[in-house]
Write a protein that binds this ligand. Sequence first.
Ligand SMILES: [Fe+2]
Ligand SMILES: [Fe+2]
Length: 210
Amino acid sequence: MKHIETDRKRIIRRKKCSAQRSPPHGPVAPMALAVHSSLSMNETRHGTLYGFFAADHARLAEHFDRATADPRAIDRDAYAVFRQGLLRHIGLEEKILLPFAKRAQRGEPLSMAKQLRREHATIASLLVPTPTPEIVTSLRSILAHHNAREEGPGGLYEACEALVENDVEPLLARLRAAPEVSVNPHVDNERAQRSIANHLHRIGFDEYAR
Ligand SMILES: [Fe+2]
Ligand SMILES: [Fe+2]
């Protein structure tokens, strides 16, 4: 009976999702990365899994805004904290959350998983070079789009909450226990720039490719 109930919830959520419009790709204002702050109407039905990831988005947005308050004089220490935290956040989603959803659906990945992984790869590519005003603009726009896809109605976190049902604690324990990630120094070469352009193209953000 459990899987029938889960499937029913997924169908309801798919209907909600199909009515949702994708957010625009254009430049976004600071703090727009903390999408959850604009979703107060929905917050009462969100649980601790949603809250865990939305809070991490908000925390990372604060570091990003602090680091890039003046894009021509980026605060390298604050940016390093943001960069390491964002790579860990992506790792949690790629190595724990998405595999959890796939297992919960008996081997079927979430329909949004492929696109989310592409966007993660794009974000990671933008974290490779030393940050520039252009990279900051691209990151801000892609993160706003990506975080809305995860936090919004029918998004990743709602889908996972529907799958986890009343047994969220073991999953949260794994997420909290995940180690910090070690990050490599920035790499500034033509190959890194080509990688960014290719990833941007794959997710439809060509306007940010240089
Ligand atoms: Fe993500
Ligand atoms: Fe996320």
